[in-house]
Design a protein around this ligand. Structure first.
Ligand code: UGA
Length: 437
């Protein structure tokens, strides 16, 4: 396959991964059909709306559609029949026992099988247990199609930039032709391309997310120790991160990791290890520390206020991280629920979440902005690192609160400005204040 030649491509699943892959490939000049079977999502996309917050993606989708390079359909067979390159980017949520639910992928493979030909390369982008691409290869064997595992490393909130400027691309396949085709598609990204076998590629994805989760739990445990010793956890992280063997990323102490990937992939890896008689001691500890970190935040709120019952708490940020509208496995949401259970009154605001707040936290008061949330509150809890919170007028908030206390679960750089506005600021790794004005 000629490097420069555009490839007709189908991307199955138009979630944040599938739609990002589709729109970016179209942006690179390939003709892409994105296949989505959820009627509501498809209707929104066709009407020009991306039904989740992903910076830059709506613009990319619009431009690609205007150039006639991106189409949106629910007809998987027709899209795949026209496209030699088929990416599968459907969800693999957690089942009750922690393992990955592959039913969406199995449905796709079943639909693909009758239209597959020897010219087809089926690329598994979804995060799947080790051995899944081999299984897909087995199903496709009758048609002579090739299969590759090609895990994604896109972060929500920066998925477009991550796709176009990846740190690396991993291609797991036993077929030279498939490796060459995929390498040609990714060549414009000018990053290292690692070609390996499918099992290793699948494991690289799980190991990467597990390592990121490990870094976060590590620093959260260090922050817990810092709190007792009077050391500044943020500066400890800075000092550690300056060592290139450690690196500065994913060392921000907070309320623990959440989202649709890290917790799920960790559970799947733990479950998989146990099935194969490996006791994943470290990974189990990473999960335990993550749970303890949420509880430790709640304990801090409780100790700082002398109890939760009847206290009014302003929660700023409910998504699993700033810059997204995603509430899946959000530590903030879980903490809010536990605070409500403890008898607190919750006034909640998130710039990216509207009415959905009421669905998840029916007992909370949904506020229109941070100032409204602060009204009459005994403490402000920063639970998501939304960029909008960097520009708040803390004096205005101070004039509306009952107690001038900020408990920051995200390490936002607002200590100085909030302190100047008269707040006591308590970050992760800080000791409890003596008294709150
Ligand atoms: C994660 C990985 O970072 C991506 O590389 C991967 O492709 C993606 O999962 C996936 O498997 O699809 P994402 O779920 O978007 O991406 O979120 P992250 O940016 O990794 O953050 C995960 C959680 O860790 C968030 O709750 C975040 O607030 C928290 N976090 C992150 C910290 O508490 N401290 C940090 O220093 C960094």
């Amino acid at each position: 396959m000629d490097d420069a030649r555009p490839v007709d491509t189908a991307v199955i699943g138009a979630g944040y991964v599938g739609l990002t892959v589709g729109a970016c490939l179209a942006d690179l000049g390939h003709r892409v059909a994105c296949v989505e079977k959820d009627r509501l999502k498809l209707a929104a996309l066709r009407a020009g709306r991306v039904p989740f917050h992903e910076p830059g993606l709506p613009e990319l989708v619009r431009a690609a559609r205007e150039h006639g390079l991106l189409s949106l359909t629910d007809d998987l067979a027709a899209a795949a029949a026209r496209a030699p390159l088929v990416f599968v980017a459907v969800g693999t949520p957690t089942r009750g026992d922690g393992t990955a639910d592959l039913s969406a992928l199995q449905d796709v493979v079943e639909d693909l099988s009758p239209v597959a030909t020897p010219q087809h390369v089926v690329v598994v982008k979804s995060t799947v247990p080790v051995g899944t691409a081999e299984w897909v290869q087995g199903v496709m064997a009758h048609a002579g199609a090739s299969v590759a595992a090609n895990p994604e490393f896109l972060r929500e909130g920066s998925a477009v930039a991550d796709f176009l400027h990846p740190a690396r691309v991993v291609i797991g396949t036993l077929h030279d032709g498939a490796a060459r085709l995929l390498a040609s598609v990714y060549r414009p990204m000018q990053c290292p391309i690692l070609v390996t076998d499918p099992r290793t590629a699948e494991m690289i994805k799980y190991a990467s997310n597990a390592f990121l989760a490990t870094k976060i739990s590590f620093i959260n445990e260090v922050a817990a120790i810092c709190e007792r010793l009077g050391a500044d956890a943020a500066v400890v992280a800075q000092g550690m991160g300056a060592d290139p063997r450690i690196g500065p990323h994913f060392l921000r102490a907070g309320v623990g990791f959440g989202g649709s990937c890290l917790p799920k992939d960790l559970r799947a890896l733990v479950a998989c290890a146990r099935v194969h008689d490996v006791r994943p001691l470290l990974l189990e500890a990473v999960q335990d520390v993550n749970e303890a970190t949420r509880q430790r935040f709640i304990d801090t709120v409780e100790s700082a206020l002398g109890g939760l019952r009847g206290r009014t708490l302003a929660i700023l940020g409910l998504t699993f991280k700033g810059g997204t509208s995603d509430l899946r496995e959000s530590p903030a949401l879980d903490i809010a629920l536990r605070l409500l259970d403890g008898g607190a009154v919750i006034r909640a605001f998130d710039p990216q979440v509207g009415e959905e707040i009421t669905g998840h936290l029916p007992q909370a008061i949904r506020c229109t902005d941070a100032y409204d949330a602060g009204e009459g509150s005994d403490a402000i809890l920063l639970l998501s690192d939304c960029p909008e919170f960097l520009h708040l007028d803390w004096r205005r908030i101070a004039s509306r609160v009952r107690g001038r206390l900020i408990i920051d679960g995200r390490g936002l750089p607002v200590r100085e400005v909030a302190t100047r506005a008269g707040f006591v600021y308590l970050g992760r790794g800080d000791r409890l204040p003596v008294s709150v004005p």
